[in-house]
Design a protein around this ligand. Structure first.
Ligand code: C5P
Length: 232
């Protein structure tokens, strides 16, 4: 895979013109775009189609979490937009994830379906407060195993968890990592960060990168520098 293909740029905006301008600027420099709840709530399926229309694989980051029937239908509706990646919360349980795997089927055009294990905004104290004893790493591994057993393709995780996940889950299990910061970029509100090259060395397949690219004076140049770093 060409290194730039690993980069999914996070278009965290509700302004379609801004998203499209960034997308045009980044064509050829990133592998795809990630749009999430802010973008989708404001701009809907038409917004997704507009971004996909620029030729990008789309990671539709809607993190569904509900009863199996509702989530499997939502995923089916999302799959009709032909995203490259969609995701659900693993804590929705094995039945929910199996219903999702069944709903997307195994056709060649189906999206990769990933599970969110433990949100990286939650520390061990936060987990204890919602009744989950033990470390976040134990919980991440438990939910990743359940996701795999349920037929999902991989997880969204911190690159700092990627090494343990890669060892436990095997080489086909997809690991997609946000929290990426090149040495020359500001950390912003991210805490547990790695550089792009470290994330790939630790086992990440795809990197979700937002502000280091979208907030740069020259986003295409920032993406190019990141791809160059991955190539070394
Ligand atoms: O700008 P930045 O590179 O921090 O953007 C990272 C993107 O990945 C944002 O869309 C953020 O919501 C998302 N994300 C994250 N950490 C997670 C899951 C998603 O930063 N654990």
């Amino acid at each position: 895979m060409h290194p730039s293909k690993r980069i999914f740029v996070a278009l965290d905006t509700s302004d379609l013109d801004h998203a499209l301008a960034l997308g045009r600027d980044l064509a050829g420099h990133v592998g795809g775009v990630k749009v999430g709840k802010e973008f989708f709530t404001a701009l809907g399926p038409d917004g997704v189609r507009a971004v996909a229309g620029l030729g990008f694989p789309v990671f539709l980051d809607l993190k569904f979490h509900d009863v199996p029937a509702t989530v499997s239908r939502a995923v089916k509706a999302a799959a009709a937009l032909k995203p490259f990646i969609i995701n659900v919360h693993a804590s929705g349980g094995g039945k929910m994830m199996r219903a999702v795997a069944e709903a997307v089927g195994d056709g060649s055009e189906r999206p990769l379906v990933l599970a969110v294990t433990v949100l990286t905004s939650l520390g061990d104290d936060d987990l204890a407060a919602i009744g989950i004893a033990g470390s976040s790493e134990t919980q991440v591994l438990r939910l990743a195993r359940l996701a795999k057993e349920s037929g999902l393709d991989g997880v969204v995780c911190s690159a700092l968890e990627a090494e343990a996940l890669r060892a436990a889950m095997g080489s086909d299990f997809k690991l997609v990592t946000p929290g990426i910061r090149p040495e020359w970029a500001a950390a912003d509100d991210q805490k547990r960060i790695t550089t792009p090259a470290q994330a790939v060395a630790l086992g990440a397949d795809y990197l979700v990168i937002g502000r280091p690219i979208t907030g740069a004076a020259d986003p295409a140049d920032a993406a190019r520098r990141i791809a160059d770093e991955l190539d070394r």
